[in-house]
Design a protein around this ligand. Structure first.
Ligand SMILES: [Zn+2]
Length: 160
């Protein structure tokens, strides 16, 4: 169980690494980066300035996120359009084209799972840190001077 969770976390962190590396490389491109949430996922969008204005509430050109994103998804010249389990990856025509776009969708379940996994890992690390010989099992205080009772929290030492 623990091994499986660790493997899953490893896969997720590799995936996150790839996405971050991709976004990093893309950050040097002249296109604009827009982040929106829709349909249970976080959408990372690389779009032309025209589309960026359509995605920005308050702008005169503002359309709405769903309309713009659905148009990206339905674009027949997309070089890649892949969707599975809430993940989404859409690569539009070449960026010299005015209709180009890149869309990366990350499902919220992934983010929630990653957060829960991190929490579990921290709890596990904390427990491992606290339950060590010579330290109070409750608060982790050093008990070398007072082995019977923790002066910090009052916990009685368990007889082993
Ligand atoms: Zn204590």
């Amino acid at each position: 169980m623990k091994r499986r969770l660790l493997n899953l976390l490893t896969v997720l962190s590799v995936l996150l690494c790839v996405v971050v590396a991709y976004l990093w490389a893309r950050s040097y491109a002249p296109q604009e980066f827009v982040c929106r949430i829709l349909d249970g996922k976080v959408l990372l969008l690389y779009v032309t300035p025209v589309h960026a204005r359509q995605l920005e509430p308050g702008r005169q050109e503002y359309t709405n996120v769903r309309w713009v994103v659905d148009r990206f998804r339905a674009e027949p010249r997309n070089r890649l359009a892949w969707r599975v389990l809430g993940f989404e990856f859409v690569v539009g025509p070449d960026f010299r084209d005015s209709h180009s776009h890149v869309l990366v969708g990350l499902p919220f379940w992934l983010i929630a799972l990653a957060a829960a996994g991190l929490l579990l890992a921290l709890a596990h690390a904390r427990r491992r840190y606290l339950v060590r010989p010579g330290l109070c099992a409750k608060c982790g205080y050093d008990l070398r001077g007072t082995p019977d009772r923790c002066p910090e929290c009052g916990e009685m030492a368990k007889s082993t």
